[in-house]
Design a protein. Sequence first.
Length: 437
Amino acid sequence: MAIADHVDIDIIPDTRVSLRRIVWSSVIGTAVEWYDFLIYGAATALVFNKIFFAAGDAALATIAAFGTYAIGFLARPLGAAIFGHYGDRVGRKAMLAVTIIVMGLGTFLIGLLPTYQQIGIAAPILLIGLRFLQGIGLGGEWGGAVLMVVENCPTHRRGLLGSTVQIGNPIGNLAAIGMFSLVARLPESDFLAWGWRIPFLISILLVGVGLYIRLRMEETAAFLQVKAKNEVAKLPLVEIFKHNRRPFFIAVGLKISEIAYASIAGVFVMSYATAHLGLSRALVLNGAFVASLAALFAIPAFGWLSDHLGRKAMCYSSCLFSALFAFPLFWLLDTRDPALVVITIVVAVIFGQMVMFGIGAPWYSELFTARLRYSGASLGFQVGAALSGGLTPLIAASLMAWAGGNTWPVSIFLIFCAMITATATYFAPEMANKELI
């Protein structure tokens, strides 16, 4: 007990490193990871269906391309399991350094891949393997980055500061969209031949910056306390599925609607608007760009509100919006009006995704004790992402093909996802302004 008490006194975050530095170190490192992961989504919608799959049926090529996109999401739970295990046993900091290397390597190598015309079926196979590597990296990264902040910040500001880590997503998305907007200005032949590779290859420089930042971060107070008290879990995942199944399944359910909207508004809409509505790549990328810019301010605002109104109230509100906007989303896109298209993308992303995405960072972490928190929060987040996010573009493309190009089945799918998350919200504990368990 004496050792534990000594640790409690000596590792108060502000005496080791400022909370501001902790937050921004997590944000910058996470932005690099999200950039690497998200440029694949833009490339899937705009490029991969044309150069990594055999010529023929355009709809089948698009479905195949979205299938490889899903691989990254399906790999994320494995990354969460692997890095969550060691994050709960060895520490948060070490895992963050490893994950950014894994992600950066997979992204850089995608930029070097030969096309289907050059090496045939080996091209999509290699693409799938590298996308899987990306998923492993992001699956392990998210939980560690969030815990670096959540486990160090004051209780009454956990919603605000925990959500702030999530702005790494729109920052990474802005960088990814910005890069693709630049290379998309190239002639079509040059863009497909080599221009699309630039955003992937340049990621190696960003990884170097992110790695430098993460190596300078300090371990969290909560983990050091667990270690000092000799309470480190031997097999975190076994304990979660044996004694903590309820919070795990709640975390999975909380993720379903948010990531479905993210995948539809951020990825599938690019393909739908360009291939089915005949809109330009630049217009759709502009919509995604404005949405990410707005998210920089919306995410911490939603986190702040969750500290005052509660996590549950914020999540219920977003679920209601997600269900009500499921049909108008496509009605507005179908107008082909440039201003309406941009506004529609922005509204869908901000209120369908970013409300739940922002408050999710502290909320998933609050569901688990410190000795299981990395594994529990990461795996719940990533399993939900895999079930909904990775499969949503593939499901949407398949539903449209089944419905003869109509979007109504996609809207029903979004409503169904909102109902799942609303149910998880009902069973979730309210953790705003409460001490971590």
